[in-house]
Ligand binder design. Structure first.
Ligand code: ZN
Length: 155
């Protein structure tokens, strides 16, 4: 089996990024309802009980960006009878490897609290760190993620 560390060439590394995934970035726009919008005096909705924006004056839509990645799930750990830790079938954190060009997108998702990534099996995750791969200089970007429960596609 070829590991990422065996691959020294950027093209070879990117050939391991076989998963298609999506980044969702929230975009806040003024409520499109004809009788609503943002009240310049209060900063709230013109129509307090607006069904479109819920009385906020703004609606949030999500801008979807497709990207390729390699997905490495890290199993959870549980104590065994000897007092050590063994991997469990539970899904723990996940590491995504993305192309260098997608590093900027990952940084944007990390910086924006409402943004998230949708990966294999419909799992939503949030990056907690984005860094150049520590073994391979300049060949890919490592994105450590945590499961983001309670977030779903709202667009
Ligand atoms: Zn509205």
């Amino acid at each position: 089996m070829t590991t990422l560390a065996d691959l020294r060439d950027r093209d070879l590394v990117e050939s391991t990024m076989t998963e298609t995934a999506f980044a969702y970035l929230p975009v806040r726009t003024v409520c499109p309802a004809a009788d609503c919008g943002v009240d310049p005096m209060t900063g709230g909705a013109i129509k307090i009980n607006c069904a479109t924006c819920g009385g906020k004056g703004y609606v949030t839509t999500f801008f979807r960006n497709e990207f390729r990645c390699r997905v490495d799930w890290h199993n959870g750990l549980a104590p065994n009878m000897l007092g050590g830790l063994v991997p469990t079938p539970d899904m723990g954190d996940v590491v995504l490897y993305v192309g260098v060009a997608d590093g900027v997108l990952m940084e944007r998702v990390k910086a924006e609290p409402g943004a998230y990534l949708l990966i294999e099996g419909g799992k939503t995750v949030r990056p907690k760190s984005v860094s150049r791969h520590r073994v391979l200089v300049d060949t890919c970007v490592e994105v450590e993620c945590v499961l983001a429960t309670g977030i779903s596609e709202r667009s």
